[in-house]
Design a protein around this ligand. Structure first.
Ligand SMILES: [Zn+2]
Length: 193
């Protein structure tokens, strides 16, 4: 398999179980200063199921990646594996891996945009004033970060060390045993009936 190799397969859809329509595309991507990752996308035209994931091709130790978000780091490359928790403590946002979580390659701004759309959804769901206001405040804080007006800390906790923030400004730390214990891994099984 060379660096740009793409493998396409037709598989049984893990969601609707229809044979021979869902497409699985595996793409090997070389990320500078990080290494090779495998991007897998499954798409089913029959039921609309879509899932993508990023797996680093090397097994690593649990790691905590810490980067200051400021106007100079908005374009910094971020690799978030399916099993990673993403936190911005200053504005109180956190995404933990769940059965539907996806691995992705983006940049710091892209991470903010993901949080932004999650908060936007929450804004529409909340009907009490207090929650509305909290969500609005969070939304505003994300805007400020996106515009490079403020700073905050981006933390990615990955029990398998397969995420990364590709920058010489990133701090890569070990995850303390007790914190590691609390991490959700996002591993899930899709039952094949
Ligand atoms: Zn399907």
């Amino acid at each position: 398999m060379n660096e740009e190799s793409i493998t396409e397969m037709v598989i049984k859809c893990p969601a609707c179980s229809i044979e021979g329509v869902a497409k699985s595309i595996m793409k090997e991507i070389e990320i500078p200063h990080f290494g090779k990752v495998m991007e897998t996308t499954i798409q089913c035209p029959s039921c609309g199921f879509k899932h993508s994931d990023i797996i680093a091709l090397e097994q690593n130790d649990p790691a905590k990646y810490v980067l200051e978000i400021n106007k100079n780091t908005l374009s910094t490359r971020v690799v978030r594996s399916q099993s990673a928790t993403v936190i911005i403590p200053e504005i109180g946002v956190k995404v933990e891996p769940g059965p539907k979580s996806e691995g992705y390659v983006t940049n710091v701004e892209g991470v903010l945009i993901r949080f932004e759309s999650a908060v936007k959804k929450a804004l529409n769901l909340f009907d009490d004033e207090k929650s509305q206001k909290n969500a609005q405040d969070t939304f505003d804080s994300i805007q400020e970060l996106k515009n490079g007006n403020t700073t905050a800390t981006l933390i990615i906790l990955d029990p398998f060390g397969q995420s990364n923030i590709v920058s010489d400004k990133v701090e890569i730390l070990e995850i303390p045993e007790d914190e590691l214990h609390d991490l959700k891994t996002g591993f899930s099984m899709i039952e094949d009936n």
